[in-house]
Design a protein. Structure first.
Length: 185
């Protein structure tokens, strides 16, 4: 998709409301579906299908009033929405008030998961939020690299910067996140 096409889609999404957002979502559906698959492979397990994750993300996206000046920021926003949905699902599955601690049948039909999984995902999400407050560019790089699964070359093409610069930023972001996670534990 070329830059003018992106600008037309974004302008349409801003001007025409829900119909414009639907066109934007439809234009990027294949790429967003791959993003959802990557999100699920990166540690969320088989709780939901990529299509369900994508459609739930669309519902959150369409309800919001966020604006995206470029494709990179839209993809980063979509990754954050998907990450948030997956963390919410993990929390919901572990919540005792929703019956996660009780089994109606004696047959175990679910994949066993550790109790630390929810806490770990929550700590990582909070550390990323702190990183975003510190340097939004670094947090976006982490979202694109770790959660979306993009290579440095793909991110460099999206951002219009060099691969080496992204690698330096990646190391900086990793160090900051490592410190934040160490402080949280």
């Amino acid at each position: 998709m070329t830059n003018p096409d992106w600008q037309a889609l974004v302008t349409g999404a801003d001007d025409s409301g829900a119909a414009g957002k639907e066109r934007l979502f439809a234009a990027l559906y294949a790429e967003l579906h791959r993003l959802a698959e990557r999100q699920l492979r990166s540690g969320a397990g088989a709780m939901i299908s990529p299509t369900t994750l994508l459609h739930e993300s669309y519902l959150r996206f369409s309800a919001g009033a966020a604006q995206f000046p470029d494709k990179q920021r839209f993809i980063g926003y979509a990754a954050r929405v998907m990450r948030g949905l997956l963390i919410d699902l993990l929390r919901e599955r572990r919540a005792l008030k929703r019956g996660a601690g009780f089994h109606i049948t004696q047959l175990n039909t679910e994949i066993a998961e550790s109790h630390g999984e929810v806490e770990e995902a929550t700590r990582l999400s909070e550390a990323l939020d702190e990183l975003a407050a510190l340097d939004a560019r670094l947090a976006e790089l982490v979202d694109l690299r770790y959660f979306c699964g993009y290579t440095f070359d793909e991110i460099a093409a999206l951002r219009g910067s060099s691969t080496r610069t992204l690698q330096r930023d990646w190391e900086k972001a990793r160090m900051i996140l490592f410190r934040k996670l160490q402080e949280a534990s």
